[in-house]
Design a protein around this ligand. Structure first.
Ligand code: MRU
Length: 356
């Protein structure tokens, strides 16, 4: 998608280094950063220079390319894969990508191993871009149906950033919106700011602005009243891990949006590539929910009058804070799953039918 009018991806390989957009500096500064070692890749995931389940997977894949480049001793590569998986616990794409890369690495005893793993990492990213484009084409039908009925601007509420900045390109929740916009369907997006790291305000609104799509940032608790007032036609969010039961784990606050949507009969869709389905865990209580540093809550970053990014304390010094990064929306509150293969119910039968 576009940045300053130029097509861009979120990660690519160039002159033997991995290039990323440092998302901790957005929306105020657009900085391309080099990842030269597997440690750089692990750090980029941990401190969220890259974030969003599919992009975390893509970065882990390139992280193993950097590991092989550094030292193709198998012990080092296996340790690197374990450290990559430990960098963040909730997004299943991380383990999915590492397992896929390790299968390739363990299956290869050629001295072409670097080319082979580089090719696999590129394939994982190309596939994700294609899957997200198809998610958009499948989700477009939902937006078209609403527009054909109302002939009015379609108001879509989203939460966090499940945009192209969270994937390789197109995004998941945003992809149907980009396709609708390209097709001339009037859309407007309610963007939940998504405290405490504000991925909605800093990233989703930023990328929608770059594509010329109307959007309004709202405080996270505003979604409910907008639904009561029928100002929301549709909710589309992403996911970090969707169980084969249809239960959906996504950014903290998603569950509350789903409850409000259910109470107001607003369709609540979840967009995901198949790489984000967890076929192993059966109970959502077993999903590892990330607990991040409470400073992300007690402090906030912004740009000061000298155009410098500054972090300030906003809470009373003595107060404690708990920073849970994700929650789970039970399948019963999900209208449907928008995948690269089509739209299905959030249930085991439907997911097995579509993917198994
Ligand atoms: O903590 P983050 O920014 O990595 O959380 C991201 C989300 O929750 C996204 O909605 C999810 O990863 C889907 S991205 C297509």
């Amino acid at each position: 998608m576009k940045i300053d009018g130029n097509e861009s991806r979120t990660i690519w390989y160039e002159n033997n280094v991995v290039k990323i957009i440092d998302q901790t500096k957005l929306p105020h500064k657009f900085i391309i950063k080099d990842l030269k070692t597997v440690k750089d890749a692990i750090n980029a995931i941990t401190i969220m220079e890259v974030r969003g389940a599919p992009l975390i997977g893509g970065t882990a894949a390139y992280g193993l390319v950097l590991a092989v480049k550094e030292n193709n001793n198998l012990e080092f590569i296996i340790k690197s894969s374990e450290d990559l998986i430990k960098s963040r616990p909730t997004a299943i794409n991380l383990k999915w990508a590492v397992d896929r890369m390790m299968k390739k690495i363990l299956g290869t005893n050629s001295d072409q191993i670097l080319d082979i793993v580089l090719n696999e990492a590129k394939e994982i990213c190309d596939e994700d871009e294609k899957f997200c484009e198809n998610i958009g084409l499948n989700g477009l039908r939902i937006i078209e149906e609403i527009y054909n009925k109302t002939k009015k601007t379609v108001n879509i509420l989203t939460h966090c950033n499940a945009g192209w900045l969270a994937t390789i390109n197109w995004g998941t929740a945003t992809s149907p919106i980009y396709h609708a916009h390209k097709k001339g369907i009037p859309v407007h997006v309610w963007v939940g700011e998504t405290r405490p790291r504000n991925q909605g305000a800093n990233l989703t609104s930023y990328e929608l602005n770059e594509e010329g799509i109307a959007n309004t940032i709202i405080a996270d608790n505003t979604g409910g009243i907008l639904m009561q007032r029928s100002d929301v036609d549709l909710c589309i969010v992403g996911t970090d891990r969707t169980l084969s039961t249809g239960d959906v784990c996504n950014k903290i606050g998603t569950y509350l949006k789903a409850l409000a949507a259910h109470d107001n009969n607003v369709p609540f869709y979840v967009a995901l590539p198949s790489s984000t389905i967890d076929w192993n865990i059966k109970s959502f209580k077993d999903i590892p929910i990330e607990v991040r540093n409470s400073e992300e809550l007690s402090h906030i970053e912004g740009i000061d009058e000298d155009n410098k990014i500054k972090k300030i304390l906003i809470y009373p010094k003595k107060s404690k804070a708990l920073n849970l990064a994700f929650d789970v929306t039970p399948a019963k509150y999900v209208t449907g799953l928008i995948t690269e293969k089509g739209i299905c119910e959030a249930s085991s039968d439907a997911l097995n039918k579509m993917f198994k």
